[in-house]
Ligand binder design. Structure first.
Ligand code: SF4
Length: 336
């Protein structure tokens, strides 16, 4: 019998990811008619036992298509909410509902309503890393793959409010050259911590390496600057979502790649292209919320059917509309 868990302030502990644990997880998944989804930033043992791994939006779309009646979402809370928004008839469980997100928390629905009141007629574009309440106040959602395309679909003369990520917003502003795009000053503490000087130093030490940069990173601007200055050849700098990184990993001709995003991503990249040496730009870039989904938390979730994620049906409908408007524009690509 697998040992039982303890609840602590930083998560559930006390269970090792043994073969016995894996068998028990699979047995309980069958018993609950559940599909197990894991985000790319999850612990390797959680990624390895999942039915599907991927970015937040891809996983939510897999959840909606799945015939399973229960979705167990190993990721942070807004991701499980997005799965519930797209699959309102299914039971959605998250192994620890305390797994939040500093980026999603950087804007509330109330703050967004006040911002909209200051810019009547503006179109609100929100990154998928937002709560259901914020999505319900949004006109069009976007991912890091399609943010530029979504903003380009809005008539030139209309103001745009872009939230919550300032680095992704700066990237969109640079690409579209749009002056009437206002950017909310939110950030993810993990990505913001991957900074320009660190990137420049690592790039200098590894002159042959490709650079895979997530646009939420504090270093995204520096990467473009380094390319512009010729410090790093422009073709070696790739600004990519997590899903885009996996595609690029399979195609890269480089023998080594420096990766600027949460370190959990390295597990998928190394699996996708074992012959390439993937190294983190900052090996401390670990999201403590993502890492709250421990083997103990997953076991508890499956044994107890908790924590269940629910979204008010009216909020869910309005939030779903903003996601569907994005999908109608095309190329939803991937989220975080
Ligand atoms: S890495 Fe940042 S954006 Fe992603 S879940 Fe953690 S806090 Fe949120």
């Amino acid at each position: 019998m697998v040992a039982t868990w303890q609840r602590t302030d930083t998560g559930y502990t006390g269970v090792e990811p043994t073969e016995e644990w894996a068998r028990e997880v699979r047995r309980l998944l069958d018993e609950r008619d559940a599909v197990l989804l894991a985000h790319n930033y999850q612990l390797p043992e959680i990624q390895d036992i999942a039915d599907h791994t991927g970015d937040s939006l891809a996983l939510s779309r897999i959840a909606a298509k799945s015939t399973a009646s229960t979705i167990v979402f190993c990721g942070v809370h807004f991701m499980a909410e997005t799965a519930k928004i797209l699959s309102p008839e299914k039971t959605v469980l998250i192994p620890d509902e305390r797994a939040g997100c500093s980026l999603a928390d950087s804007i509330t629905a109330e703050q967004l309503r006040a911002w909209k009141a200051e810019h009547p007629g503006a179109v609100v574009v929100s990154y998928v890393n937002t709560t259901a309440d914020v999505k319900a106040e949004t006109d069009i959602c976007c991912t890091s793959s399609n943010a530029v395309e979504v903003v380009r679909s809005i008539p030139e003369e209309q103001e745009v409010l872009f939230c919550p990520d300032q680095f992704l917003g700066a990237h969109v502003k640079r690409e579209t050259g749009r002056e009437n795009l206002h950017v909310w000053a939110g950030e993810c503490h993990v990505h913001a911590g991957i900074n320009g000087p660190e990137l420049a130093e690592r790039a200098e030490q590894n002159p042959q390496a490709d650079l895979f940069i997530h646009p939420e990173c504090g270093c995204a601007t520096s990467a473009l600057y380094l390319a512009g200055e010729g410090t790093v050849p422009a073709e070696r700098v790739k600004i990519l979502s997590t899903g885009g990184m996996l595609d690029a990993a399979r195609r890269t001709g480089a023998s080594s790649v420096l990766v600027a995003t949460e370190v959990g991503m390295l597990h998928q990249l190394r699996r996708a292209a074992p012959e390439v040496d993937f190294q983190p730009v900052n090996d401390r870039a670990s999201c403590r919320y993502m890492k709250m989904i421990t083997p103990a938390a997953l076991l508890r979730c499956l044994r107890e059917g908790a924590d269940e994620v629910d979204v008010d049906p009216e909020i869910a409908k309005r939030a779903r509309d903003s996601v569907e408007r994005m999908i109608a524009i095309g190329n939803p690509g991937s989220g975080e």
